[in-house]
Write a protein that binds this ligand. Structure first.
Ligand SMILES: Nc1ncnc2c1ncn2[C@@H]1O[C@H](COP(=O)(O)OP(=O)(O)OP(=O)(O)O)[C@@H](O)[C@H]1O
Ligand SMILES: [Mg+2]
Length: 236
């Protein structure tokens, strides 16, 4: 699959060939501008490849988009919160979520202070970036979707909320594709896709540490080199 933002633009993703198994938790890492959010937009069916195809459980991504949350749920980098009570914000993708599960989501993502007055609408412009993200994550976590696409889920979160988020999604039964450049140490054997310019590398944490200098830098939290500046630092 190849994708570019315009007919004359250089591809952001070039000949990416990737199969993700049902229930797999794939981590996607790479420097800013490498195409991580673009990949999630393609998987969500909001952008379309120039060449090649994307299939989600037998549907094209374009068709999956029309199926909505029954096919996939995307938590974008800038999550959307609407002016309505917390409960409505949490359940609009999961209207049948049982009450105990909603309570669990509120606990897991530390949203109780926003539920103090259950009828009071949230004021999106008064929420902190962390609150916005935790609401969007709880909303996604509540859905029975088979595919979760999480774009920088732990950005803006403190260490406690970050750990709770990682734990909550680690045990989620869906296929989970998580984009992050503040990534946790992946689970043993977990596959990691490193996007670096137009050349993707697929491996495990251990193999990428061996094979990519850029991955080593990202894993060590040594800054966030730009995609253009990073290509020469990858050793494979
Ligand atoms: N709507 C758009 N139109 C044109 N170019 C775009 C658009 N969105 C992204 N790009 C470009 O495509 C490339 C990949 O962007 P993308 O947002 O996917 O990167 P990213 O890896 O998610 O970066 P970050 O870590 O900063 O979120 C960048 O060069 C970006 O400038
Ligand atoms: Mg992005």
């Amino acid at each position: 699959m190849t994708f570019a933002y315009g007919p004359d633009a250089a591809p952001v993703l070039d000949h990416l060939d990737l199969t993700v198994e049902p229930g797999e938790h794939l981590l996607v890492v790479g420097p800013s501008g490498a195409g991580k959010s673009t990949l999630l937009a393609l998987l969500a069916g909001t952008a379309h490849p120039r060449h090649g195809q994307i299939h989600l459980a037998g549907h094209t991504a374009r068709h999956a988009r029309t199926l909505g949350t029954a096919a996939r749920v995307l938590v974008p980098q800038e999550p959307y919160i609407f002016e309505a009570p917390l409960h409505d914000n949490l359940t609009y993708l999961a209207p049948n979520a049982p009450a105990p599960r909603i309570t669990e989501a509120i606990d897991t993502f530390t949203l109780a202070p926003l539920a103090a007055d259950p009828a009071r609408p949230l004021r999106p412009d008064h929420l902190s970036p962390s609150e916005r993200r935790r609401i969007a994550l709880a909303r996604a976590w509540l859905t029975p979707t088979p595919l979760l696409l999480l774009d920088e889920p732990t950005a803006h979160l403190d260490a406690g909320a970050r750990a709770a988020t990682e734990l909550a999604f680690a045990s989620h039964p869906a296929t989970v594709i998580t984009v992050s450049h503040h990534f946790p140490a992946p689970e043993p054997g977990q596959r990691v896709l490193l996007l670096d310019g137009a050349t993707p590398y697929l491996g495990t944490h251990a193999s990428l540490l061996r094979e990519s200098a850029l991955y080593g830098e990202l894993a060590a939290g040594l800054g966030e080199p730009s995609a253009a500046g990073s290509r020469s630092t990858a050793s494979t």
